[in-house]
Design a protein around this ligand. Structure first.
Ligand SMILES: [Zn+2]
Length: 561
């Protein structure tokens, strides 16, 4: 009898009421789903934080109830939210408020900006951040403390090169750190010196530690403020998930507090340093442990430095420095110690994410990964090589055989591409930032930026992946153009590929019923426009778990959370 009554009710009130009403519907969108079963759609319905239906506007209208919030996308392109597989999130947030040096076009401008920052820095605090890039200066010159000492006598300054592999300290900073002409180099690092042996202020890779340890760590409040800035900025550029490499435990603490307050609007997966693998293993955390907003269970290692600082470890010498093959990181002294730690971390069920840029470093890490798979078997560990920039041609196939994910940052190619051939020559450049070669070998790509090393905006990454047009405008048809990939491939690497790299491909990375409702609406159809125009496209709306976390100014007002 009961059954009959409910059937009658359905008949009387219409089929729309036979299912729960959606909380959110986005309709009249041009949806590129990144779901191979149903690549295109025009509308999507969300209940709670999950997608419940994807289809035509008429099909999705069925999910509408009196309380449903509806966004009319007016034909705009809707994609899964971007997942940045490699960021330094709180550093990026701190930089948003720090000194901006990246677009300085001369040494004078560099000095002027540091002078301005030093003038407003409170006593006892440091001038940090910067992301300087001396290759953009005209005339070009090597930076040194002498450039900034005159404008920062009382204020310690340690500003980083944009790649994070060298920093410039002023004399006040070197004094606080106790650096003198007698200070010895450290393994995995270089203290640049003048002809008389005095430190110039430039500290490379592990040598930066000598200065870092003199800098007071950010307070909890400073870190909270940086995280909040980073979250707001990520939402504004359509980044709905990030994978925080080399996260401090204090970062995890801040994210945890923000999660509790309901303020996490970006999903975060943290990979603290591999040297501390036992910390996570001790409490039994395994890969991708946690909730949809905050997870742990990965460790991040470093094998070498960077090409820009000539510290990436290469098989053959740098083309412009015949005695230099780069350096292995401090963690790789000796390599056996690194191998042992990674072996144990894998055994404990932690995911391994290792920075390797030069072909020699990449090969050494692949050897270690091969040993690990031999010892423990391949069990879908999803080990990644972070950056994987300059690959020996023989090694592409090994990535595939060992199921190693290439976690790469397309923007680096159009930035470094301006000068990298002077460092490594044309031949090695051909297998550099080699997305096409990786995909052709069946390797999974996970895209990201390395923010704060490069801009967080994923649109620039897509632009870089499909054009390889270097920032100096010298390669409009693409630098090493054969390594370009299609826009569909780039979008997949930036969504589903990154989700796979954090064991979340069943939860996010495509617009599919059952997955988390993480979506972005763009201002233009990047599939229809000329590739060079992609860089001008903006994010109009960002949705995370069904919550609208960003609306571009000028968008019609909607209910927000
Ligand atoms: Zn990084």
């Amino acid at each position: 009898m009961k059954l009959l009554i409910s059937l009658l009710l359905v008949a009387a009130t219409g089929s729309a009421h036979s299912r729960p009403a959606a909380d959110l519907i986005v309709t009249h969108a041009d949806i590129y789903t990144v779901d191979r079963q149903h690549p295109r759609a025009e509308a999507v319905a969300v209940i709670g934080e999950r997608i419940v239906a994807v289809g035509s506007p008429a099909e999705i209208e069925e999910w509408r109830g009196p309380e449903t919030h509806v966004i009319d996308a007016r034909g705009r392109l809707l994609l899964p939210g971007f997942n940045d597989a490699h960021v330094h999130f709180t550093d990026g947030g701190a930089d948003l408020a720090g000194v901006q040096l990246n677009d300085a076009t001369s040494a004078q401008e560099f000095t002027r900006r540091i002078a301005a920052q030093a003038a407003k820095t409170a006593k006892g605090e440091w001038v940090l951040g910067g992301a300087w890039d001396e290759t953009k200066w005209s005339p070009r010159q090597a930076p040194g403390a002498w450039l900034i000492d005159g404008v920062s006598r009382e204020v310690p300054v340690f500003v980083s090169r944009y790649d994070g592999h060298q920093g410039l300290a002023n004399s006040a900073a070197m004094n606080l750190a106790g650096i003198t002409a007698g200070t010895a180099d450290v393994p995995g690092g270089v203290i640049a010196r003048d002809a008389a042996g005095n430190p110039t202020g430039i500290f490379k890779d592990a040598a930066q530690e000598l200065i870092f340890k003199a800098i007071p760590p950010p307070s909890h409040e400073q870190r909270m403020a940086a995280a909040r800035r980073a979250l707001a900025y990520a939402a504004s550029v359509g980044v709905t998930s990030v994978q925080h490499m080399s996260a401090d435990y204090a970062d995890v603490e801040v994210y945890s507090e923000l999660l509790e307050k309901g303020e996490l609007t970006t999903r975060i997966y943290c990979a603290p340093l591999e040297t501390g693998w036992q910390d996570q293993a001790k409490v039994g955390l395994r890969r991708a442990w946690g909730s949809s907003y905050l997870r742990l269970g990965a460790v991040k290692g470093f094998a070498d430095g960077s090409i820009g600082s000539r510290t990436a470890a290469l098989f053959e010498p740098y083309s412009d420095e015949p005695d230099n093959r780069g350096i292995l990181s401090a963690e790789m002294h000796p390599p056996e110690a690194m191998r042992e730690r990674l072996m144990k971390a894998d055994e404990a069920g932690l995911q391994l994410r290792v920075h390797a840029i030069g072909d020699r470093a990449i090969s050494m890490i692949l050897d270690m990964f091969a040993d690990i798979e031999k010892a423990h078997g391949y069990h879908d560990q999803r080990m990644t090589i972070e950056h994987a920039q300059h690959v020996a041609p023989k090694d592409f196939a090994r990535f595939a055989e060992l199921h190693v994910i290439a976690s790469m940052q397309p923007y680096h190619a159009i930035d470094d591409g301006r000068w990298v051939e002077t460092r490594i020559g044309r031949e090695r450049a051909r297998s550099s930032y080699a997305w096409r070669s990786f995909l052709d070998h069946g390797v999974t790509l996970a895209f990201g930026t390395d923010w704060d090393v490069a801009p967080l905006d994923p649109i620039l990454g897509l632009y870089a992946a499909v054009t390889r047009a270097t920032l100096d405008g010298r390669n409009p048809r693409g630098w090493i153009a054969e390594q370009r990939i299609t826009l569909a491939e780039a979008v997949e690497a930036y969504t589903l590929g990154s989700a796979f790299a954090e064991f979340q491909e069943k939860e996010k990375g495509s617009i599919t019923p059952g997955k988390l409702a993480d979506m972005v609406i763009l201002s233009g159809d990047i599939f229809a426009m000329k590739p060079e125009a992609i860089r001008n496209v903006k994010v109009e709306t960002t949705i995370v778990g069904g919550r609208i976390v960003y609306r571009a100014p000028g968008q019609s007002s909607v209910k927000s959370f």
